[in-house]
Design a binder for this molecule. Structure first.
Ligand code: ADP
Length: 431
C-alpha cells in the first residue's frame, strides 16, 4: 500500500474533519482517524488526519498525545507533518499551541532546533491574518466574541505576542507585503528569520491566493502548524513533482446499499430549522423526549420498533429521530434533570438508537450535534473515516467501518452548520 504523503494532528474532532475536507477538495484522498490508531492505516490515502481532543486539556497531556500521533504518522512514512488548530487560535498562555509546536519541532529537528510557521488564516471562513493580527470578519479576534470564550478567552489579536507567551522559541513574522511577492520571497524571508534565530513565524494571509503562495513556500518543511486554510496550498507541491495525481477523484467513496436515517441531538438554531423542514416534507420523524428516558422507559427500543418497518423499502426514504428542541423546552428539561444529566442521557439514547438503526440495515446515517456525533461514533465502534464529497461547507460524507463489520456512509454535522434543507438534500447528494 502506498504511504501517505501528509500526516496531520488535529486538536479536536470537528477541526479534523474541517481539515480533511479541505485536503480532499484540494485533491488528496484523506482518511481521518479517531485518536491514534493501534495498527497500520488500512486505507489508500494521500493524507491522514489524526483527530485528538487536546485543545483544552493540560499542556503536558496535549504534548504526550501529539507526540504519540507523530510517532504513528512517522511509522506510516509521511513526508510532512501538519499540526492543526482552530482558526481563532484557541489557546491560553499555558498552551496548547506553543507547547505542542515546541515538542513536535524538538522531536523532528532536535531540542530547540527547527523552524515552522503559525498561520490560522482561513479566508473562506473570514479568518484573515494581517500585520500579524488575526481578524474574524471585520473585527480583531479580541472583539469577535472569542474574548469571552469560557475555556480559551482570546483577549489579544496580536499573534506574535500570543504565540511568544506559549513557546520557548523566538517568534517572528512574515508580512503581507512579502506574501504578496510570492513563494520565492516567502522562502527568502523564512531563511532570513531562521538566520535571526526565529523558530516560529506568524504568516500574514488575507486571501486564497496567499494560501497558495505560502503553500508552495512550505514544500519540504517537515512541520507546518496552521488552521485548516493553509492545507489548500500543500497538495500542489506533490502534484508538481508527480507524486500526487492531479486528475484523480479524491472524494470517491465505496458504494453502500441500504436505508437512510438522521439522528439529531443538536439544539442549535440551524438544526431546529433543519428538523422543521424535514417534518414539513412529510417524511417519517420521531421525537425523543428526555423525560421518558429519565422515567426509565425503553425509549431506544420504542424508536427502533417504530423505525424498523420504515427502513425496509430501500435507500431513498430517510427517517429522522430527534431530541432537538427549542431553547425554552431545553431549559425546562435541564431544570428538571440537570444540564449534564439531560445531555448525557440524550446522547446515550441517541447513540443506542444509531447503533440499532445500523443493525437494522441503515447504511447512510447523518448525525447532528458535535457531542452527539462523538457519542454515536463511539457506540458504532468507528475508528477511521474516509472523507468523501462535501455536502455543505465543513460537512463531508464519509465512509466508515463499524465494529459490527458494516460499511456505512456517515455525515457528522456540528450544531450550526448546514442549510435549512440539509437533512433532505443530504440524501439526494452524491456519496
Ligand atoms: P451542538 O453541535 O449543536 O452543540 P451537541 O450534540 O454538541 O450539539 O450538544 C447538544 C447537547 O444537548 C447534547 O448533549 C444533547 O444530548 C443535548 N440535548 C439534545 N436534546 C435535548 C433536549 N431536548 N433537552 C436537553 N438536552 C438535550
Amino acid at each position: 500500500m502506498a504511504r501517505p504523503l501528509l500526516g496531520c494532528i488535529a486538536d479536536d474532532f470537528t477541526g479534523a474533519t474541517d481539515l480533511a475536507n479541505n485536503l480532499v477538495r484540494a485533491g488528496m484522498r484523506t482518511v481521518q482517524t479517531i485518536g491514534v490508531p493501534d495498527g497500520v492505516l488500512d486505507a489508500q490515502a494521500d493524507a491522514v488526519v489524526v483527530a485528538l481532543k487536546s485543545r483544552t486539556i493540560p499542556a503536558a497531556d496535549a504534548v504526550a498525545q501529539s507526540l504519540a500521533a507523530l510517532r504513528w504518522l512517522q511509522a506510516q512514512g509521511v513526508e510532512q507533518v501538519y499540526f492543526k488548530y482552530c482558526s481563532t487560535f484557541d489557546s491560553t498562555p499555558q498552551g496548547n499551541i506553543g507547547p505542542v509546536t515546541d515538542a513536535l519541532l524538538d522531536a523532528l529537528h532536535g531540542a530547540g532546533q527547527g523552524f515552522t510557521i503559525a498561520c490560522p488564516a482561513f479566508p473562506e471562513n473570514k479568518r484573515t491574518v494581517f500585520n500579524g493580527h488575526l481578524f474574524v470578519g471585520e473585527v480583531p479576534l479580541n472583539e469577535s466574541g472569542m474574548q469571552n470564550h469560557p475555556l480559551t478567552p482570546m483577549t489579544d489579536a496580536n499573534l506574535q505576542r500570543v504565540m511568544q507567551a506559549q513557546t520557548r522559541r523566538k517568534v517572528g513574522r512574515v508580512g503581507f507585503e512579502t506574501v504578496a511577492r510570492g513563494a520565492g520571497a516567502i522562502r527568502a524571508r523564512f531563511d532570513a528569520l531562521r538566520a535571526e534565530g526565529v523558530g516560529v513565524a506568524i504568516v500574514d494571509a488575507i486571501g486564497d491566493a496567499d494560501l497558495m503562495q505560502i503553500g508552495a513556500a512550505l514544500a519540504g518543511m517537515p512541520l507546518v502548524t496552521a488552521g485548516s486554510g493553509i492545507a489548500i496550498g500543500l497538495p500542489q507541491n506533490w502534484q508538481a513533482t508527480g507524486r500526487l495525481d492531479k486528475a484523480q477523484v479524491a472524494d470517491a467513496l465505496p458504494a453502500v446499499g441500504g436505508a437512510g436515517a438522521v439522528v439529531s441531538g443538536s439544539c442549535s438554531t440551524a438544526t431546529n430549522g433543519q428538523v422543521r423542514e424535514f417534518i414539513a416534507s412529510g417524511r417519517p420523524a420521531r421525537a425523543v423526549d428526555p423525560l421518558d428516558i429519565a422515567a426509565g422507559h425503553d425509549v431506544a427500543g420504542d424508536v427502533l420498533r417504530w423505525a424498523e418497518p420504515l427502513l425496509g423499502d430501500g435507500a431513498h426514504a430517510p427517517v429522522l429521530v430527534y431530541a432537538t428542541a427549542e431553547p425554552q423546552a431545553v431549559k425546562a428539561i435541564q431544570a428538571k434533570l440537570g444540564v449534564a444529566e439531560a445531555g448525557e442521557m440524550v446522547e446515550r439514547t441517541l447513540a443506542a438508537i444509531a447503533r440499532g438503526l445500523v443493525e437494522r440495515g441503515v447504511r447512510r446515517l447523518v448525525v447532528a450535534g458535535g457531542e452527539t456525533s462523538g457519542a454515536v461514533v463511539q457506540a458504532l465502534g468507528v475508528r477511521q473515516m474516509q472523507i468523501g464529497p462535501q455536502i455543505d461547507p465543513g460537512v463531508p460524507w464519509t465512509c466508515a467501518a463499524t465494529d459490527g463489520g458494516a460499511h456505512i456512509h456517515l455525515a457528522l454535522k456540528s450544531g450550526n452548520f448546514g442549510t435549512p434543507d440539509f437533512f433532505l438534500k443530504t440524501f439526494g447528494a452524491r456519496a
